[in-house]
Design a protein around this ligand. Sequence first.
Ligand SMILES: [Zn+2]
Length: 365
Amino acid sequence: MSEEKKQVEKIREAFEQEFGRFVDLRNKLSDLGLAAAENLQREISEFKTRHTGKKSEIANAKKLIGRVAPEERGSFGQFVQSVEKRIVTAIDESESALNDYILKAKTERERVDVTLPGRRPRVGHLHLITLLRQQIEDIFVSMGYSIEDDREIETDYYNFDALNIPDGHPARESQDTFYTTTGFALRSQTSTVQIRAMERRGAPIRIIAPGRVFRRDTPDPTHVPMFHQIEGLCVDKGITMAHLKGTVAEWLRRLFGEGTKVRMRPSYFPFTEPSAEFDFSCFKCSGTGQSDGARCRPCKGSGWIELGGCGMVHPNVLENCGVDPQVYSGFAFGFGLERMCALMYALDDIRLMFENDVRFLGQFR
Ligand SMILES: [Zn+2]
């Protein structure tokens, strides 16, 4: 065998060895994913350029044809051509098998199966806290109150001073209140809204202020560091504690039914004088303490549910807002919405309301 023929034979052997991985590609493809097939497509294209391009070894081998002895030239030429044909055909076959497979896989992926059931969009609804807040807002609006809203980040003045909360009061401690690095407080009650509303509008005034408040509590089944409050304020000439009790009793009757009773227990808050806590008769057992033959759960058998705090607005607070306490008097009350929701829906853990699990939230529409 001539040197030239040996050289071409080597090219053929080298090709066959390297081509091994692409042999029988058509049968191997079904196990490949689309991404792997696309990678292989790039590899085979590079492989093709290397073995059939202008600078490929077989292209160089063609130049040898002119160098062999004239009587061998014919058969050598045929041999080179047959090797080149083998290389080109082998690569083309594998490449077209791969292209067919990719095209088919893409078509399959993008095909619409008209027999599948449609995806029904889920209908959303308001959060249970929002629903209760709106219900309470409606009651107060019908009683002539307007709804006030204001900022959640406050100065110490609005969060404490204006509310007659003295320096050194535990509520001011940073373990109870969140402070920003620049010294602002996240409001710890919505009373800040009452102060701003009175400053702006003066007396007489009748408002409720629903909103988020923030306290440094570690989350547990009955505490969260952010919760919702509704506070009410009524300032006018001749307002007494009787108006306070009548108002609280009336909105609770409208929410829980005609038979609902209210009681007040003396308490202390810096911003009201006198101050009281208010309870209402249990909506589950109507104040009997027994339901379904057992101790009633929401009221723990007492027949009463503690709801919030209230009192007559402290004269200092009125003065701080530019309202003359010699002429005007008023009452204020406040309570938390989460606690109320937890009682009404018998929730063991108020954190459920903030975990945004639609399986839970979907039960309250
Ligand atoms: Zn009860």
